[in-house]
Design a protein around this ligand. Structure first.
Ligand code: GLU
Length: 306
């Protein structure tokens, strides 16, 4: 199959959609992006790579970071993590508070904000403070992406200042005793992980361990065992796109994770990882063109998991 040609066709076919969608603005610093940017990268487990668009341009990875922190925490805490973060789709927006109240502060899954905040808390507990936890998260992502990634300080401070709902979530969970550490330490860790900037090229490479049973195929380093990798992929399929997870599975048919920065990663098990970037979002906070581009990819190649 001529993957380069397929990516170029996709880049052409999504052009009419650029008038649709809206860049995230509830975090003011996220507004400062070029709305018509588009990039897509495909990396195979043998290391071959195909790119189209601005695939070297760094963007805010936001919720895509939840995949890395959950993998780290699952590796450390194994099954005991499931008691603090469940594995059901929420059917609610990414920053919703309602379910948490009547479910006693246990988030439905690690890919909504509440679940990722608990996950950040587990890493602060393991590494004793936010600074060390953040260093370990950075080390993990640097290693799996073969990059030296940095945070966007402006986005980080904007999240700290305007992350009202996230502060509400952490306080509510603390009241239910599902947060062990000082909430400022936890939120610094969470907001920093969301503020990392990476390109589609780096993110596709970083996700390869999930396409290869938990072992990075290019370095042979094991990050998760096979069963854990299955569970992370299952969660990506059922919960990776908030209250549009069903729609994403229906259209694309791959495990995937979006971020409000406009990135989406997806996995074709035993074969490849993909990343697409386009910052204008649909109503549920997922990249509108990114979702369409992945739908076109699986339609053109027949490479869905079904
Ligand atoms: N930092 C964002 C927030 O907490 C992440 C949301 C997302 O990417 O979905 O609101």
């Amino acid at each position: 199959m001529d993957y380069q040609k397929i990516l170029e066709e996709i880049a052409d076919e999504i052009k009419p959609l650029f008038s649709q969608g809206k860049v995230a603005d509830y975090i003011p610093a996220l507004r400062d992006v070029e709305p018509s940017d588009f990039a897509m990268s495909v990396e195979f487990i043998d290391g071959s790579v195909y790119n189209v668009g601005c695939s070297k341009k760094k963007f805010s990875i936001q919720s895509i970071s939840k995949v890395f922190t959950y993998s780290m925490s699952l590796c450390i805490y194994e099954k005991s993590l499931y008691k603090r973060v469940w594995h059901e789709p929420s059917g609610d927006p990414f920053n919703s508070l309602v379910q948490l109240e009547y479910e006693n502060g246990i988030p439905r899954n690690p890919f909504i904000n509440a679940g990722a905040i608990v996950t950040a808390d587990t890493l602060v507990s393991k590494y004793k403070n936010s600074k060390k936890a953040f260093q370990e998260i950075k080390r993990f992502i640097d290693e799996i992406s073969s990059a030296d990634i940095t945070i966007n300080e402006e986005v980080y401070h904007s999240e700290l200042k305007y992350g009202f709902r996230n502060m509400a979530l952490v306080n509510l969970m603390k009241s239910f005793k599902n947060i062990e550490n000082d909430i400022d330490e936890v939120m610094k860790t969470y907001f920093k992980q969301c503020s990392f900037e990476m390109s589609t090229n780096e993110l596709a490479k970083a996700m390869l361990y999930l396409a290869n049973h938990g072992t990075h195929p290019l370095t042979n380093k094991k990050y998760l065992n096979q069963s854990q990798a299955k569970r992370v992929n299952s969660l990506l399929l059922t919960c990776g796109h908030y209250d549009a997870s069903g729609d994403f599975a229906f259209r694309v048919g791959l495990p995937g994770k979006s971020g409000v920065g406009g990135g989406i990663v997806a996995i074709v098990p035993k074969m490849m990882a993909l990343c697409v970037y386009s910052p204008k979002l649909n109503k549920q906070g997922n990249s509108l063109i990114g979702t369409k581009a992945l739908e076109l990819f699986t339609t053109k190649t027949g490479l869905s998991i079904f």
